[in-house]
Design a protein around this ligand. Structure first.
Ligand code: SF4
Length: 408
């Protein structure tokens, strides 16, 4: 189905992402960073910042993961290890990258410094550690308390100290002294971009929704790779203006009644288009997700740069306790008037899969909202059965539609 909304911003997005990747080719200094790592601090030292997870997602979206993953198995990585990790390392071993075809880069950029934050998982430490050994590159990490109920003052102090502790490595690798004003500036830009991203996602609250989770997976590129720059901020202002124009005209992806679905967990990168069409064909829009909300950092505060980064990056959904996650999901169910929840049980990312300890059942009991678990993976499509998933999703959506008729 062709949705009624065709975003013109997609052309601008292509340009923004192309410029970003090309800037990596001639950047004097490059830092690698996890997707919810301290990008603002790195940019304050003048690093151009490269994100291996973004590369992993690109491998997934271009359906090259199955070509690369086996090369990691030969190094001893298990088939149940994060498939971003195994496909990214496999691509490196095979000396290939989708960046060549799409952005003209011969290879991934060589790092001068590698920085990670285990707020999302410990896998990033192993993944980035592999490349630190390969490139004989310095590596520094932030390791906050995991699975927190609430982020305490002690947690903030502890993590803020870890942010400060990576400064010497940044100074040495960049050749620049730490400048608080520059950090305040990149954090201010990041704060503005992230709040615009939040507003972009919030346009899906409108009925009919002009923007879906699958669109957000594409348009989230700049909030991941360009946090701390004016480019990301300008991009989201432009996207927001376009979406608001659709909202004002009451034009949505579907201009007929539709169910409002929430997606928990990782995207299935190689099946974005397929899933987007499947939901639209079944008069449903996936309007919100835990995944895309993960790049909303409301707590960034340039007046307290270290403490506010520590808070913002430690309180992300993936790093919270089961109870805190339940509360956050209930909040989003209310906020987006959700009618059904999909839990994606990604076989190689238990960190971002919440269906394994009864959460879907508990959520259904406590909210009355129907839930469905589908098995799949972010990149490794051997774990995803299109036929089975389609049947499960279609049956689930039919049930939601009939519930709505019953209630009217
Ligand atoms: S959160 Fe999951 S997908 Fe992301 S790097 Fe960690 S294990 Fe991989």
């Amino acid at each position: 189905m062709t949705p009624a909304v065709q975003l013109k911003s997609s052309n601008l997005l292509k340009k923004v992402m192309r410029n970003y990747f090309r800037s990596l080719s001639d950047a004097p200094k490059i830092a690698w960073c996890t997707s919810v790592g301290p990008a603002e601090l790195l940019r304050a030292f003048g690093f151009e910042v490269y994100f291996p997870e973004n590369h992993g997602a690109l491998i997934g979206a271009t359906r090259k993961a199955s070509d690369y993953i086996p090369a990691s198995f030969n190094l001893g990585f298990s088939s149940h290890v994060c498939s971003y990790t195994t496909s990214d390392i496999g691509a490196y071993i095979r000396k290939e990258t989708p960046l060549e075809k799409h952005y003209g880069l011969q290879s991934i950029p060589k790092p001068d410094l590698i920085v990670y934050n285990t707020n999302q998982c410990r896998e990033v430490q192993d993944w980035f550690g592999f490349f630190a050994r390969e490139f004989n590159c310095p590596i520094a990490g932030i390791e906050p308390p995991r699975h927190v109920d609430q982020v305490s003052k002690q947690d903030i102090k502890y993590v803020a100290e870890q942010f400060k502790a990576i400064i010497p490595a940044c100074e040495k690798a960049s050749g620049q002294k730490f400048d608080l004003q520059k950090f305040n500036h990149t954090l201010q830009l990041s704060a503005e971009a992230t709040l615009l991203w939040q507003k972009v996602l919030a346009t899906a609250k409108h009925i009919p929704a002009p923007f879906s989770f699958f669109d957000a997976c594409i348009h989230m590129g700049p909030i991941v790779v360009l946090r701390g720059t004016g480019v990301a901020k300008d991009y989201y202002q432009s996207l927001l203006d376009e979406l608001n124009a659709y909202v004002d005209k009451n034009i949505g992806l579907l201009n007929t009644p539709h169910s409002r679905i929430f997606w928990d967990g990782m995207p299935i990168w190689g099946k974005l288009r397929y899933l987007s069409d499947l939901f639209l064909d079944n008069q449903s829009v996936v309007i919100a997700s835990t995944y895309c909300n993960s790049w909303i950092f409301e707590d960034f505060d340039p007046a307290k740069p270290f403490e506010s980064c520590a808070l913002a990056y430690t309180k992300i959904f993936i790093n919270r306790s089961e109870n805190a996650k339940m509360d956050m999901l209930k909040h989003w169910i209310n906020e987006f008037e959700i009618e059904g929840m999909i839990f994606h049980d990604a076989q190689t990312c238990f960190n971002n899969s919440n269906a394994r300890f009864g959460m879907p059942q508990r959520l259904k009991t406590e909210t009355g909202i129907p839930t469905l678990v589908i098995e799949g993976d972010l990149n490794d499509l051997r774990f995803f059965s299109e036929g089975q998933s389609t049947t499960k999703i279609e049956t689930f959506l039919e049930q939601i539609a009939s519930r709505e008729v019953e209630y009217k």
